[in-house]
Design a protein around this ligand. Structure first.
Ligand code: SAH
Ligand code: SF4
Length: 354
């Protein structure tokens, strides 16, 4: 049976008669987080029966939940076939209340979602890659991650969230389902998360970046660059042999970005591999002509890896160099570090216990 979360509003309008019922159902599942048709008070019984027989409200099962001291929460969701995926609710800014008890600023959330069980790309620094590729997530499984997080944390229906496709999997390897999920998230009668609030991170399948750009979804792009020469990049991301750095840069140059937005280049820093100033220089040259910002990430070691975490000093030096050359550069704060930070690591912990 298909999940109700698989459908755009338009598709649901085509399925339900009369079609205005689709908006009502959308409201129940995306604004009130209803998990049964029985709750839907304004839906007539015969339609409830029809819905019950045809579409399940497939909210994800929480297998495990870990809260970090910074307020971020990492979820391990169990899917129907027993496989698990990770989703992280990152608390970017805490609520600020002044002395008079008035809220000066509300909390800001970003949700990091998964697009696949495992991943085909096989990056040598990534834990998700170690388990190999299992399967693509369905549209409904991608969408339900956000619904379950909002429901489980009682996040108000109109609270704006940001989404980053930086959990497990390569989103452009599950192209059709991810694109459909982006559209469902944008639906105003539903979660109403516009394109500007969604950032898709890819290891750089350049042909699909071009295809994605042509869809004009208004989403932001993040490129997992991690290296400035093809030899090292192919060691880190084997797929680089098929889609080299130049092909990625070319596809990014054609990608439609909002004038006020930048393409993010993620640069995972590994000690003595890519943390030198010559690399920083090369990076500056490479990004010339692109409205780019660089986000440096500390490599997060795990048992069995030979790669090492870079020093804070080398990170700062690299960052300074970029900034001095006029390239915007941030260092990713390790949100939720105490709950096993990088993607794939909560899942790994669970598996090792068995
Ligand atoms: N597959 C896509 C989507 C995100 S992958 C991509 O590669 O862009 C998950 C994220 O976790 C990436 O940003 C990757 O750089 C990061 N990551 C993977 N292994 C890591 C590790 N050991 N330490 C720190 N970050 C890691
Ligand atoms: Fe896949 Fe991204 Fe991990 Fe590479 S870093 S193996 S692309 S999830």
């Amino acid at each position: 049976m298909q999940s109700i979360y698989d459908f755009s509003l338009k598709q649901l309008q085509e399925k339900l008669k009369p079609s205005f019922r689709a908006k009502q159902v959308y409201n129940w599942i995306y604004k009130k987080y209803a998990t049964s048709y029985d709750e839907m008070k304004n839906i007539p019984n015969d339609l409830k029966n029809d819905l019950n027989e045809n579409y399940k409200i497939d909210i994800l099962k929480i297998a495990k939940k870990e809260k970090s001291s910074d307020g971020s929460i990492k979820y391990l969701f169990q899917l129907h076939d027993g496989h698990t995926i990770e989703t992280v609710l990152l608390l970017m800014k805490k609520k600020k209340i002044n002395d008079e008890g008035i809220i000066e600023r509300s909390e800001k959330y970003t949700v990091c979602i998964s697009s696949q069980v495992g991943c085909k790309v096989g990056c040598t620094f990534c834990l998700t890659a170690k388990g190999g590729f299992v399967r693509n997530l369905t549209i409904g499984e991608i969408v339900a991650q956000i619904v379950q997080l909002k429901k489980d944390n009682n996040i108000a229906e109109n609270k704006a969230l940001n989404i980053v496709y930086m959990g497990m999997g390569e989103p452009l390897d599950n192209y059709d389902n991810v694109v459909q999920a982006v559209k469902i998230f944008k639906e105003e009668e539903g979660l109403s998360i516009n394109g500007k609030r969604q950032t898709l991170s890819t290891s750089g399948i350049s042909s699909k970046i071009t295809k994605l750009g042509n869809e004009d979804l208004g989403i932001n792009l993040a490129i997992s660059l991690h290296a400035v020469d093809d030899t090292l990049r192919s060691e880190l991301i084997p797929m680089n042999k098929a889609y080299n750095i130049q092909s990625i840069i070319d596809s990014v140059k054609d990608f439609p970005v909002d004038a006020r937005k930048k393409v993010m280049f993620e640069y995972l820093v590994i000690k003595d591999k890519n943390d030198d100033i010559a690399s920083a220089n090369q990076l500056v040259k490479m990004l010339n002509g692109i409205n780019a910002k660089v986000n440096m990430i500390y490599f997060n070691p795990y048992p069995g890896t030979t790669y090492e975490r870079p020093t804070r000093q080398s990170m700062l030096k690299f960052q300074d160099h970029l900034i001095n050359k006029g390239v915007l550069c941030t260092i990713r704060e390790s949100k939720g570090l105490d709950i096993s930070a990088a993607c794939g690591q909560l899942k790994e912990k669970e598996t090792n216990k068995d």
